[in-house]
Design a binder for this molecule. Structure first.
Ligand SMILES: Nc1ncnc2c1ncn2[C@@H]1O[C@H](COP(=O)(O)OP(=O)(O)OP(=O)(O)O)[C@@H](O)[C@H]1O
Ligand SMILES: [Mg+2]
Length: 295
């Protein structure tokens, strides 16, 4: 689904991503793990076009997206849940979601109308297709293949409220009146309203109490079961290992280890060197078990 090949990204002269190569398979949860400052967020930003890479390639469902602007990448149905949530604090839950929905609709219609109605020949309102159809068509016009889109669930505000009943109850509250957990749910809900087939989640459990971390885990499993693929960036290695189907470990702007989660968790050297997980003596301590995950 997503292939990243030898990606190099800079902030000015600062060379942050130094040849990242990784992949996400369709229908999986794939985790990126690594310590502070290794470039995880920069990778997310490059994937969605916010900090474009200077070299290397990002290929999504067979189409190169490396140098596409963020709105084109969004129209291809890749959404980011940013680190630190970044919801609008002065807008209500409803308004935060409405903005995401409106952006999706205008993206789809602008791409669709540009291709189908040359200047001077406006579209007939009666013939305008549904938003969902337009989004699929927009992505197809941009080069994505149909099967990926057809397999993925379709999201709108009503469905998001069904998944997050607490947000529905608090729909009239401002962003800054929500708890940390509710804000995180709103950030995820907002990304879902953009109707992704690939959801990129940058540290969704950061700052959450253990009960809420478990809730985020449940939600990720549910999204996967319904057909959304997920790239999960985490510092919480134990959580990521329990939640993901495949893991990549990052250090100094490169991927230094890729494997199934169980193989990573059994590798004391990698865990100690790149994730700061203390070594354990198997004769006196029990390691965190890796749960079996259905695909
Ligand atoms: N806008 C920026 N301008 C310049 N340097 C930046 C910018 N954003 C990040 N950096 C630097 O790039 C490097 C990678 O940062 P990045 O945020 O990608 O790391 P990270 O792995 O997400 O870290 P964390 O775990 O703290 O979220 C760091 O050295 C950081 O200081
Ligand atoms: Mg980060």
């Amino acid at each position: 689904m997503l292939n990243v090949l030898d990606l190099h990204t800079y902030y000015g002269d600062s060379h942050v991503l130094q040849g990242v190569t990784m992949h996400v398979d369709t229908g999986t949860v794939t985790a990126i793990l690594g310590r502070n400052g290794v470039g995880k967020t920069t990778l997310c930003r490059s994937l969605v076009g916010l900090t474009p890479a200077r070299a290397g390639r990002i290929v999504f469902d067979g189409t190169e997206i490396t140098r596409l602007p963020p709105h084109r990448i969004c129209a291809m149905r890749i959404s980011l849940v940013p680190q630190g949530r970044r919801i609008f604090p002065s807008l209500t839950v409803e308004e935060n979601l409405a903005i995401a929905g409106r952006t999706r609709a205008s993206l789809a219609s602008s791409v669709s109308e540009k291709r189908e109605h040359p200047p001077g020949r406006p579209a007939s309102p009666a013939k305008k297709p549904m938003i969902q159809t337009m989004t699929a068509r927009a992505a197809r016009l941009l080069g994505a293949r149909a099967p990926l889109l057809e397999r993925a669930p379709s999201w709108d505000v009503r469905k998001v409220y069904a998944v997050f009943p607490r947000l529905s109850e608090r729909s009239g509250h401002r962003g800054d009146e929500l708890s940390g957990g509710e804000q995180q749910m709103l950030a995820i809900a907002r990304a879902l309203v953009a109707n992704p087939v690939l959801l990129v989640m940058d540290e969704p459990t950061e700052g959450l109490a253990p009960m809420l971390v478990a809730e985020v885990g449940e939600l990720i499993r549910r999204l996967k079961d319904e057909g959304t693929s997920i790239l999960l960036v985490e510092q919480n290695a134990a959580f990521a290992v329990k939640t993901a189907d495949y893991v990549h470990v990052m250090s100094k702007g490169q991927i230094v280890h890729s494997s199934e989660p169980a193989a990573l968790w059994a590798n004391q050297d990698i865990k100690a060197q790149f994730l700061g997980v203390p070594r354990v003596d198997p004769t006196i301590a029990r390691d965190v078990p890796v749960e079996r995950k259905g695909r």
